[in-house]
Design a protein around this ligand. Structure first.
Ligand code: GAR
Length: 205
């Protein structure tokens, strides 16, 4: 039920590859664990599992990229149009490997979240995604890594940190075992964080 302290999230998810975080959020909305709807999925990758999974789940899914819109401002405009027409009130990046255009950034300022598989500001920035992050963590001999959810700005992996959790790096960890453990945690941590936002326990702005 909607009250002063809860707000229904109309979530647009941007995903470039596998889409496990996206699927976890869709499933949580469907189960009623999260007071929200996934109203659009956008991918820059026409062959992504994320697009396929979204369509299988009956969610409107769009391939929008420099292939569909070669001019940057046209792509920004097309993405903006999908967001506004679908009634989006929060944008969730889940493994989205492209920058967000200025129009979308301005309109949704303070309402665009990203998840990153490390304890930012450590192991963030350009080129730091997926297994590159976990390789760097293991190579540096870190004993603790984690997950960060932050607001999105123009640059990669900057912006106000909303929530973090720590994950132990085991002596026996390989890039694969660490990636798997971190990703499993991300899936539940993203849903929990969105729930706290919908319940007004976390205020974005
Ligand atoms: C996740 O590990 C996410 O943190 C990472 O991409 C993966 C996407 O997985 N994002 C970044 O590294 C952003 N810099 P998914 O497609 O299965 O949700």
């Amino acid at each position: 039920m909607e009250s002063e302290n809860t707000k229904k999230l109309q979530i647009a998810i941007f995903a470039s590859h596998t889409g496990t975080n996206m699927q976890a959020i869709i499933d949580a909305c469907r189960r009623g664990d999260l007071n929200g709807d996934v109203c659009a999925v956008i991918s820059n990758n026409s062959n992504s599992q994320a697009l396929e999974k979204a369509r299988t789940s009956g969610v409107r899914a769009y391939h929008l990229s420099n292939k569909t819109h070669p001019e940057e401002d046209e792509l920004d405009e097309a993405i903006y149009k999908v967001l506004t027409e679908s009634g989006t009130n929060i944008v969730v990046l889940a493994g989205y490997m492209k920058k967000i255009g200025p129009k979308v950034l301005k309109h949704y300022k303070g309402r665009i979240l990203n998840i990153h598989p490390s304890l930012l500001p450590k192991y963030g920035g350009k080129g730091m995604y997926g297994s590159n992050v976990h390789r760097a963590v293991i190579d540096a001999g870190e004993k603790i890594t984690g997950v960060t959810i932050h607001l999105v700005e123009e640059e990669y992996d900057t912006g106000k940190i909303i929530r973090q959790c720590e994950i132990e790096v085991l002596e026996s960890d390989t890039i694969d075992t660490l990636s798997k453990r971190v990703l499993e945690k991300e899936n539940s941590f993203y849903v929990e964080t969105l729930k706290l936002i919908s319940e007004n326990e976390i205020k974005l702005q």
